[in-house]
Write a protein that binds this ligand. Structure first.
Ligand code: C5P
Length: 247
């Protein structure tokens, strides 16, 4: 069960230089399944950082949230596949055609080049957006309704799953079924500070609600003993997964 928990734990590599990224991969690659590389680190270091993490034994979730015309997003997603990432994401707000074209281009590239196909994820509504943010851009529907609508659209377009706040997980699970992958940030174990996260859940609660993968950054990176923090999170995940398996 510990290995299952490890594979579902994603560490957010929210650092700004390759040396710090390499440090964390060396510290944590036996405790976490994937390392999330976002816009800051990628813009600073370029694709080399993905190769660097992989060389040190880490798998990569490339969190660049592509949103552009369908052709451009499809080609960018294909390049992510060529880098050997295990997860990559796009904005569902880019629409069904954009997501479908990315799905098709990835399938074609992975077949032709014999690459492992990464999980293709969609971001629905960013958790930093609230009702007012949506109103400002002319979207009058409630946030929850938009999240579910975009998750469904992503699934129908052939995407594998979504990134969502723990509080949205039950709604999405109900709408999109058991096979749809849900990755949740905003996870805070009892021992950690809340930081700037708002709609949070503990690792166990997020898994019980139906999340498949947890993205955790500061509760590990800012712990007095990051190895201990990662191990404590894994233990909590194992207990939740054990409970689920029994229930
Ligand atoms: O340090 P912390 O555990 O809050 O890190 C969470 C990670 O997940 C960060 O990289 C953050 O940008 C990302 N994230 C988030 N909420 C979202 C989407 C991504 O916190 N809705």
């Amino acid at each position: 069960m510990i290995e299952t928990a490890r594979q579902r734990l994603i560490f957010a590599l929210d650092v700004d230089c390759p040396r710090a990224a390499e440090y964390w991969v060396e510290q944590l690659h036996e405790k976490v399944g994937l390392f999330k590389i976002g816009k800051q680190l990628f813009t600073r270091c370029g694709p080399e950082i993905v190769r660097g993490v992989r060389k040190r034994g880490g798998k990569v979730f490339l969190d660049l949230k592509f949103h552009d015309i369908p052709h451009t997003v499809a080609r960018a997603t294909v390049e992510a596949c060529r880098l050997g990432v295990r997860m990559v994401n796009v904005h569902a707000l880019g629409g069904a055609a954009m997501m479908r074209e990315a799905v098709a281009a990835v399938a074609e590239c992975c077949r032709a080049e014999k690459l492992d196909r990464p999980l293709l994820l969609a971001v629905t509504i960013l958790t930093s957006s609230d009702q007012q943010t949506l109103s400002e851009i002319g979207l009058q529907r409630p946030v929850d309704e938009m999240v579910v609508r975009l998750a469904r659209l992503a699934r129908e377009a052939g995407m594998d799953g979504v990134v969502a706040s723990p509080w949205e997980v039950p709604l999405i699970r109900r709408a999109c079924g058991r096979e749809f992958v849900i990755v949740t940030p905003g996870v805070r174990p009892a021992f950690a500070a809340v930081d700037d996260q708002k709609r949070i859940a503990t690792p166990a609660a997020a898994l019980v609600a139906g999340a498949d993968y947890l993205v955790i950054g500061r509760p590990i990176a800012r712990a007095a003993d990051p190895q201990w923090a990662a191990a404590a999170i894994l233990e909590e995940m194992v207990a939740a997964l054990d409970g689920d398996a029994r229930g």
